[in-house]
Write a protein that binds this ligand. Structure first.
Ligand code: ZN
Length: 407
């Protein structure tokens, strides 16, 4: 069935917009997009749906941990990473399986309501994989962390069997292995994961907080105390820290490569960003999570100036108020007025699509099936549509065309 969607503005996902635009859709596939004045006469006979407000590609949440959805409100805000992690581990140990599963289902429903079509899920247990795969596209990163080399290599060797035991029948969310972070995963284990990943998308939490930098430099800072409190003093003492900063260390381990999703970079320094830009890696920013845990924001202006591609993620409900990547775009927009809203909306769509290894999502372009999200409302004639999308509160959102070309 051919549909013709006519809206006040269409955001194409690459930072550009068409005012008074139209999209011709067949099934889920975009056949044409452009000014309504050009497309309406060409599509005579098709049913025209006149929509008030803005259309944009389905959103991409490029970093989340669904299995932590039951941890909302169980961690102390603003206290820094180690107190947050300590509380998280305690609450996770006390959580019942039924509570966890109900929280995952609610989180999936909330992402669908927000207009998310693609996810970058990081998981230790794979419990959400099949459920995610029924509703979204993306990558599930099967995460390993281990200070101890032998234990970590054993965990890597066990990944394929764990994957095969949980693989959904229709894996729209594809499996890939990933290290947790440089301070929590032995360098040889990281190398083994990079090798196992092959050409699959790669991700790592990187330069999230100052504690990471302190530990990588000389095993100092709050992480050393945290490991001691967990009875891991020996493993932490034996951990071969590189004695260099996080981004240089990531480069040495082969993690800075084209398309690699580097999550957070909140503690990255402007002079470190050229190496990220040169590598072709993508920064996945989770600003509301950073604000919650550490009361700081990623260096968006420096990242943009360095030419680093940007995607947005929410992180989990243990540190983020919601799983809506447009809310993270808004959080950055409100605090960085010099950055155009169109850049941030592109980060929540095409930027995220690249980060999760589904570049065919995130852009409304002929031949693609990115899903079409309608944000309903009265767009003022003189308003920039991306700015309106980030400023409007309480507007109804509806995915009026699903993502994916085969249904
Ligand atoms: Zn994370």
């Amino acid at each position: 069935m051919t549909r013709l969607l006519h809206a006040d503005a269409i955001l194409l996902g690459d930072g550009t917009a068409v005012r008074d635009g139209a999209i011709v859709v067949e099934g889920n596939v975009v056949r044409a997009v452009g000014p309504a004045a050009e497309l309406l006469p060409r599509a005579a006979g098709a049913a025209v749906e006149r929509l008030r407000g803005v259309l944009l590609p389905g959103l991409i949440n490029a970093h989340t941990h669904l299995e932590l959805s039951g941890m909302r409100g169980k961690t102390p805000p603003g206290a820094g990473f180690v107190p947050w992690l300590t509380a998280l581990q305690q609450a996770r140990a006390e959580e019942l399986e039924e509570e966890r599963d109900a929280a995952i289902d609610a989180a999936i429903a909330a992402m669908q309501e927000a207009g998310v079509v693609g996810v970058g899920e990081v998981s230790n247990t794979l419990v959400a994989w099949a459920r995610l795969s029924r509703r979204f596209f993306g990558t599930l990163w099967h995460e390993v962390f281990a200070l101890d080399r032998a234990r970590g290599l054993e965990a890597v060797a066990a990944l394929p069997a764990a994957r095969d035991g949980r693989a959904p029948a229709r894996p729209n969310v594809r499996w890939a292995p990933a290290p947790h972070a440089l301070y929590s995963t032995h360098p040889d284990v990281i190398r083994a994961l990079v090798e196992l990943a092959g050409d699959a998308p790669l991700t790592v939490h990187l330069a999230e907080h100052a504690a990471e930098r302190a530990f990588l430099r000389d095993r100092g800072g709050p992480l050393a105390a945290f490991y001691a409190s967990r009875g891991l003093s020996d493993a932490a003492r034996a951990f071969p820290v590189p004695g260099i900063d996080p981004i240089a260390a990531a480069r040495a381990l082969g993690l800075l490569r084209p398309g690699a999703a580097l999550v957070h970079l909140a503690d990255a320094r402007p002079e470190e960003l050229a190496a990220v830009a040169e590598s072709g890696a993508i920064a996945v920013l989770c600003p509301r999570s950073n604000l919650t845990i550490d009361t700081r924001l990623p260096p968006l202006v420096s990242l943009r100036a360095a030419g680093v591609p940007i995607a947005l993620g929410t992180d989990s409900l243990a540190s983020s108020p919601s799983l809506d990547p447009l809310a993270d775009a808004r959080a950055l927009f409100e605090r960085n007025p010099e950055v155009p809203a169109s850049f941030l909306v592109a980060a929540a769509t095409s930027g995220g699509a690249r980060a999760i290894g589904w570049p065919e999502l995130g852009r409304i372009v002929a031949g693609a099936a990115p899903g079409v999200l309608h944000i309903e409302g009265a767009l003022p004639a003189d308003a920039d549509p991306s700015t309106w999308v980030l400023r409007v509160r309480g507007a109804a959102r509806r995915l009026i065309v699903p993502a994916g070309g085969d249904s």
